[in-house]
Ligand binder design. Sequence first.
Ligand code: AMP
Length: 191
Amino acid sequence: MFAAEYGLKGDPRLEAISEAIRVVPHFPKPGIMFQDITTLFLNHKVFKDIVDIFVDRYKHMTISVVAGIEARGFMFGPSIALAIGAKFVPLRKPGKLPGKVIHEAYELEYGEDCLEMHIGAVQQGEKAVVIDDVVATGGTLSAAIKLLERMGAEVVECACVIGLPDLKGKGRLNGKPLYLLVEPRFSLVEE
Ligand code: AMP
């Protein structure tokens, strides 16, 4: 279980959250320990606890934007946005958003990917939090931060359910705080 920046050390809800995550070895390719969060949603209490934890953290920070990263950030972001009275902004893979977009490329372990955001989705000076399921290298979150900042938003924090500490994702976030609930129950890559 995470501590320090994870803020909730000792919270009894974390144990159940961790246990509700299914770990699928060698998916989608050999060596990856895939953190399958779909199993969290089969347990209403676990899903609610996760949303409650994020809502409690962000409800008094005058955040007006919850930005969710495709696809699994979409599974948490809207519930959090509704509860804290913020808008939800989807950050999507290339070619999915129909309006005018800005895009930001980022490096993957092998290759490159890109995130896009609709122009006009956020306004100058808005306070935003970025939500995703897992942080590994931090490349995806760093692209999300850049998109929001290019539109003049202030990214207050990034939040994920699971953090993979072996990949040091936090170092790529340009000093932005990273709020994580649990670490994976198994290392990312099998010995
Ligand atoms: P990264 O950009 O390296 O921090 O990777 C984070 C993105 O990749 C997130 O959108 C995750 O959904 C996905 N991801 C990376 N590693 C895993 C993993 N082991 N299990 C599940 N999703 C992962």
